[in-house]
Design a protein around this ligand. Structure first.
Ligand code: ATP
Length: 424
């Protein structure tokens, strides 16, 4: 595999050679593994360098992090560590391990193991290859389960028949890799996958683990394709029994993607969007507030995520109808949209296609959201207004006047606060 390693971008190649050099110095067997090897062979960029150490992975990671002068976070219980080389580049270090599942769908019991055992515990053949980068045979591919053949034949294949029973989250992983690389889940794997769905295996997994896999899927480039495949193969009962996406919801999800592209292209300077959350809200769009609350609880969503979800759900028809009118004062648009997050605004923009509504959202992003007043607390103090909550009220009145074009210059703002100050 030397020729593949040679083709890596320089900063990753340098890193691989430094890991290799450290392995030689420490006389330790170290291997590149997992998604990194898969993507190396496919020629896909991957900035997560995944290595397995036969022996003490943490001790190796400590030495490596000193040489790299990089931050290290280790998890002694699992024998793993992460080295943050640069904000966009990290090394995952693991000690080779053996896993066995005492109960289906539960977390495995882990013990130290050989490289072969470590590769055998993995999800699919394409993710179960290793490349030696230690002193012995630098660049040799270790492929016990014919992963390279499956890569070239574009197949997702499990390593043993109990794979989905041991860990049903692999159902989502199979779909994720199938759709990401345009592969096919091979027939026997597909049959076993369907059987494990019939056995209700997804219901036996801790929901947070399903959430994590679902989030990864919703962060992929074309989430709609993946969601359709999940519905077809596994159903969406794992989110809410009976949940089945209609054509309308699929259209909404398709439209969400378009809105996201539009937003990122139009406003590259605005804060990044939680894209997965938008798609997740899209998926459960047809559910009631009560069901949504139950889902937040079940999947243990973060407070900020739950808040946005419920805020979206609570938006009333009256609110929408009001903002669908052509003539709405800018201050009204601001008051309506400002408390909502960008995520919700994009959801609304995808859902309500009326011309006026679309224009109001665009105007909000383009003009009103960034509008600032020129007066400050200092100006209010100079007028003898005592500091307190009243300041906020006055600022808000001035901002509304500015949004509606009633005041434009600082002098006009000052004239306005003089008027208001008299009242207060
Ligand atoms: P991505 O490109 O999406 O990051 P990845 O293959 O690198 O994909 P990770 O979730 O980072 O995926 O996992 C790294 C490796 O760990 C995988 O390639 C696979 O070998 C193994 N792995 C991860 N999750 C599982 C699982 N649930 N069961 C078995 N092996 C797994």
């Amino acid at each position: 595999m030397k020729e593949y390693l040679e083709k890596l971008p320089q900063e990753i190649k340098d890193l691989v050679y430094l890991i290799s050099d450290t392995a030689c110095r420490e006389d330790t067997a170290v291997y590149l593994v997992g998604g990194f090897v898969r993507d190396l062979i496919l020629g896909v960029k991957n900035l997560d360098v995944d290595i397995v150490v036969e022996g003490d992975g943490i001790s190796f990671a400590e030495k490596l992090s000193v040489r790299l002068n990089a931050k290290l976070v280790s998890h002694k219980r699992f024998g793993t560590a992460v080295i943050m080389v640069k904000p966009h580049l990290k090394i995952d270090v693991a000690s080779a391990r053996n896993e066995h599942y005492p109960k289906p769908a539960h977390l495995p019991i882990v013990s130290s193991g050989t490289l072969r055992e470590d590769l055998y515990r993995r999800d699919f053949t394409i993710n179960a290859m290793a490349i030696s980068i230690g002193r012995e045979a630098f660049g040799r591919l270790i492929d016990f389960f014919c992963g390279k053949r499956d890569l070239f034949e574009k197949k997702i294949r499990i390593l043993h028949n109990l794979s989905f029973i041991d860990d049903p989250t692999r159902i989502f992983r199979a779909i994720r890799f199938e759709k990401r690389y345009n592969f096919k889940i091979e027939p026997l794997t597909l049959k076993i996958l369907k059987e494990s769905v019939k056995l209700n295996m997804l219901h036996k997994v801790q929901p947070q683990r399903l959430r994590e896999e679902l989030i990864l899927i919703l962060k992929e480039e074309r989430p709609l394709v993946y969601i359709k495949r999940i519905q077809a193969l596994a159903g969406l009962d794992f989110i809410k029994p009976g949940l089945c996406l209609s054509k309308k919801t699929y259209q909404l999800i398709g439209s969400l993607k378009k809105q996201l592209v539009w937003f990122k292209e139009t406003y590259p300077q605005k804060r990044p969007i939680d894209e997965w959350l938008i798609f997740f809200i899209g998926i459960i769009d047809s559910l009631t507030i009560k069901d949504t609350q139950a889902i937040c609880k079940k999947f243990v969503l973060r407070l900020g995520e739950e808040k946005r979800l419920l805020l979206y759900k609570e938006i009333s028809r009256k609110f929408i109808l009001n903002l669908c009118r052509e003539k709405v004062r800018p201050s009204e648009i601001f008051a309506g949209f400002e408390p909502l997050s960008y995520e919700i605004l994009l959801l609304l923009k995808a859902k309500y296609k009326g011309k006026a509504f679309q224009k109001h959202i665009k105007d909000f992003f383009e003009i009103y959201n960034g509008m600032r007043i020129l007066i400050s607390g200092h100006d209010l103090g100079a007028l003898g207004v005592k500091p307190g909550p009243v300041y906020q009220k006055i600022f808000s009145k001035v901002l509304n006047a500015k949004l509606d074009g009633i005041v434009k210059t600082k002098d006009e703002e000052l004239a306005l606060i003089r008027k208001i100050a008299k009242i207060h």
